[in-house]
Write a new protein. Structure first.
Length: 559
């Protein structure tokens, strides 16, 4: 048992073992046993006799010495993962009705005002570039201009990558002119959440302690997009260390309502897509950081299965919950981006080599769809919009049944994220740099990182054992349907599916009484993103919410 404590810390899970924290905090001379008993009861609901506590003291001294010995070593970087890895079990292959497609479209463009294309989808822009009706350099300059002009209002840009972007765009134009067409992303500008490393530019993670941080290589997802011919135009804002929409540059705004934040933590990615500043962007999600800002900003997002996309070069918040995914105008666009960034890179060992194909438009009569009872249950915000989604799906001929989430602990497992995040940023806590962060209120990382030191390693491991049962139960539920329809932010589906690693497509489904966008989520089986994408595509073909854009950013943005 004594050998396990330093091993746990060495793998990045910096949690205090057993009653050790009580010993460290409540160790007055003369009465150690009484104070240890008091702290153990108060913190963990454990009771020890004085004799038992006396026998513990040697072990606790050894644990403390082990912690100190490990701290004398060079602090592990944020990128170093523990040897304990989360691997959700793959589900069955995609259903027979799901056919692959080739992304292509016909498009025509005349004139010189490229800002007319600010809200065009990837398929349209790709067709125009492929047929050389427009150039990547001209398109890139247009989006760089929009980013520069709109950012004072939105505060969504951390760094414009203009030099790199124009170089990539010119290369794309040369290749396309020479007949070397790489695919649907060739020449398409995009933005990346500023927790993804980009060579030659700062990667700030949204907080002052890392404001000047740079890496010498690209994150794997940026490298894959560069290989696909895409053009990086900006590093986009995130809430500090991927929480919220407040960073050292201020609060990123919702393009639909500039008095409102864009939610987080993929705040800048969602705001920039919504305002027509980029055709697509990369976000990340640990617990709602794609779903929530996409909802607020009225755009489409795809949270892939955990283990679908490599996180090499991305800031770590939670080794077992972090996921990288696209934010774009349509579900089809998100699938196009996912096809480019998915798959192993030989460095992130959680990534599985599972095929992914762009889905064809689905005939919903062949699709088995479930929905959560909450949609027809007690009233909640935007419930009418969610109910309207079911009506559209039924009208399209889909087979729909009501399904409840597994009756397992869900909310009590949330401290898994707190524990892993505190371990990932233990050096920030120990160095005193937490005090430099912008947000210091009750719901902020400085408080969470400090309080997580009180989570025993035993409880962290027990929670993950319960999580394994939750994964099995969710897989059993999803084996009954192809896609599960769930409220985006109401109920427990958001936390549950982030714990189990299931994929989700979030799409706009209407507006509230104040004109703010709302959304719905389509959840899929593990490693079957294509099914929820196909259903989302069918829903978007029957509605126009994804085609509506914030009025303040239509046309030129010189205001």
């Amino acid at each position: 048992m004594k050998k396990l404590a330093p091993w746990i810390l060495a793998t990045g899970v910096s949690l205090l073992v057993g009653a050790g924290i009580g010993y460290l905090l409540f160790r007055p001379a003369g009465t150690p046993s009484a104070r240890l008993a008091q702290s153990a009861k108060a913190l963990w609901d454990l009771e020890f006799t004085p004799a038992q506590l006396d026998r513990l003291q040697t072990d606790l001294d050894e644990y403390r010495q082990a912690y100190q010995d490990l701290r004398t070593e060079c602090a592990p970087p944020n990128s170093l993962a523990p040897v304990l890895e989360f691997h959700p079990r793959p589900a069955a292959p995609p259903p027979a009705w799901l056919q692959a497609r080739v992304a292509s479209a016909d498009a025509r463009f005349s004139g010189t005002d490229l800002e007319r294309l600010a809200f065009a989808d990837i398929e349209t822009l790709s067709a125009l570039l492929r047929t050389r009706q427009i150039t990547s350099e001209a398109l890139t300059r247009m989006f760089l201009h929009r980013l520069e002009k709109a950012d004072p209002r939105l505060k969504c840009v951390v760094t414009l990558t203009a030099e790199r972007a124009l170089e990539q765009a010119r290369q794309a134009d040369r290749e396309i002119s020479a007949g070397h067409y790489r695919g649907p992303l060739h020449g398409i500008p995009f933005g990346a959440k500023d927790l993804l490393a980009a060579r030659g530019y700062p990667t700030t993670w949204g907080t002052p302690p890392y404001r000047k941080q740079q890496f010498g290589t690209d994150a794997t997802v940026l490298r894959k997009l560069e290989e696909a011919g895409a053009v990086l135009v900006a590093k986009l804002s995130l809430g500090e260390l991927a929480w919220g929409d407040v960073w050292f540059g201020g609060m990123t705004r919702n393009p639909w309502d500039l008095e409102q934040g864009s939610s987080g933590s993929s705040a800048g990615s969602s705001a920039a897509v919504s305002a027509g500043l980029v055709p697509f962007a990369l976000g990340t999600e640990t617990w709602g950081s794609i779903v929530s800002p996409c909802t607020r900003c009225g755009v489409t997002g795809l949270r892939p299965t955990f283990g679908r996309v490599s996180r090499t070069g991305a800031m770590t918040l939670s080794w077992s919950m972090d996921k990288i995914g696209p934010i774009a105008r349509t579900a089809a666009d998100c699938a196009t981006v996912l096809a480019a960034i998915q798959g192993p890179d030989g460095q992130d060992h959680t990534v599985m080599d599972v095929p992914f194909s762009l889905p064809a438009k689905a005939a919903l009569g062949e699709v088995a769809i479930g929905y959560l009872p909450e949609i027809e249950g007690k009233p909640y915000a935007f419930q009418a919009n969610d109910q309207a989604v079911l009506k559209i799906l039924r009208g399209s001929g889909a087979k729909i049944e009501r399904l409840a989430l597994p009756e397992k602990p869900i909310e009590p497992l949330a401290f898994i994220l707190s524990a892993e995040a505190a371990a990932a940023f233990d050096e920030l806590t120990r160095s005193g740099q937490l005090d430099r962060m912008v947000r210091q209120e009750r719901d902020s990382w400085p408080v969470v990182f400090r309080s997580a030191r009180f989570i025993p390693a035993v409880e962290y491991l027990q929670a993950n054992r319960h999580r394994a049962k939750l994964v099995d139960a969710m897989n059993e539920l999803m084996n009954r349907v192809d896609v599960l329809v769930a409220p985006s932010l109401h109920g427990q589906a958001l936390l549950l599916t982030n714990l189990t690693g299931h994929p989700c497509v979030v799409v706009p489904n209407g507006f509230d009484a104040d004109g703010h966008p709302t959304s719905i989520c389509f959840i899929g089986r593990l490693f079957d993103e294509a099914s929820p994408v196909a259903v989302a595509m069918a829903y978007q073909a029957a509605t126009d919410f994804h085609l509506r854009h914030p009025p303040a950013f239509h046309g030129a943005v010189n205001k």
